[in-house]
Design a protein around this ligand. Structure first.
Ligand SMILES: O=P(O)(O)OC[C@H]1O[C@H](O[C@H]2O[C@H](CO)[C@@H](O)[C@H](O)[C@H]2O)[C@H](O)[C@@H](O)[C@@H]1O
Length: 277
């Protein structure tokens, strides 16, 4: 890996990149979808992966041990919006790890009953809480996401809805997952860190993983960062990449390398593929 721009800002990150270069066939690349592979747009249904994302992943897939996309989206939606259907060697863990898509096969559990309760109660709750115009509910089957990006004042709208949504989540046995102008009510028990750890554990063998790289942009990705940090503490090299934005700063503070949004991530993946080929 000779490109200087692939250098991380931290020693631990550079150790991770060096280990990835040394034994790519046992390395794992973990990637978030929205904000990392796909540019953020106002309407969640219009989000699509960066035009270079699928090509970069397809170049990398035969060079590394595994590529796993870990997303809050339903797995099938990420596959569709990401243009991933024909990619071999890419696994998609959807709904924060509840769902799995691999080689065209989707595995999805039954949603817990609290999800139906939230679906039934949410319209009235939003009306009573004075949800501003532009508030939008995305029903993901296993979770409901309340978006405020299209409100005149997205942050104020989110602040207004936070307490009522937390109360609803508590009543229904769900948890609130905060994100970029969104509060999601989703089942507890999984997060992106759990999903990444489980994914690694199921493939465990001597020398695996040689390194783990994880790229994300939003608060939900911090759990995966924590998993990479734990791996490092156990001697497995890791790299935390932040797909930078002005909306979230918490990841940049913990990242080994910050790149310029999905375009920067795709550029990085392309250079990684060139370096490993
Ligand atoms: O884990 P991710 O792949 O990052 O998914 C997290 C949530 O992303 C989506 O919402 C975000 O992207 C939208 C489209 O760009 C944007 O409009 C919204 O403001 C963002 O919060 C998605 O809609 C959610 O279901 C995902 O859970």
């Amino acid at each position: 890996m000779s490109a200087p721009s692939l250098n991380a800002l931290t020693d631990a990150g550079n150790d991770g990149l060096a280990a990835l270069r040394k034994a790519p066939g046992d390395a794992v690349l973990g990637l978030d979808f929205d904000g990392t592979l796909a540019p953020i747009v106002e309407d969640p249904a219009q989000a699509r992966a960066h035009p270079g994302a699928a090509a970069a992943l397809s170049r990398l897939a035969p060079l590394v041990g595994a590529i796993v996309i870990i997303t809050g989206r339903p797995a099938a939606v990420a596959v569709d919006y990401g243009g991933l259907a024909d990619l071999h060697g890419v696994v998609v863990l959807g709904q924060y790890g509840l769902e799995r898509w691999e080689d065209g096969k989707l595995t999805t559990p039954e949603p817990p009953p609290g999800v139906a309760q939230v679906r039934a109660e949410l319209p009235r709750l939003l009306a009573e809480a004075g949800a501003p115009e532009g508030t939008h509910v995305e029903d993901k089957g296993h979770a409901l996401a309340v978006h405020t990006r299209r409100c005149a004042e997205p942050q104020a709208a989110l602040d207004r809805l936070r307490d009522p949504l937390h109360a609803l989540a508590e009543r229904t046995g769900l948890r609130v997952e905060p994100g970029r102008f969104v509060l999601e009510l989703r089942p507890p028990g999984v997060d992106k860190g759990v999903a990444l750890r489980n994914f690694l554990d199921e493939r465990a063998r001597p020398g695996f993983p040689s390194a783990v790289l994880y790229a994300g942009d939003d608060l939900g990705d911090l759990a995966a960062y924590a998993a990479v940090e734990e791996l490092r503490a156990r001697g497995v090299p890791g790299v935390k990449i932040c797909s930078g934005s002005t909306e979230v700063t918490a990841l940049a503070e913990r990242a080994d390398l910050v790149v310029d949004g999905p375009a920067g991530v795709v550029d990085l993946l392309g250079r990684l593929a060139a370096a490993l080929a």
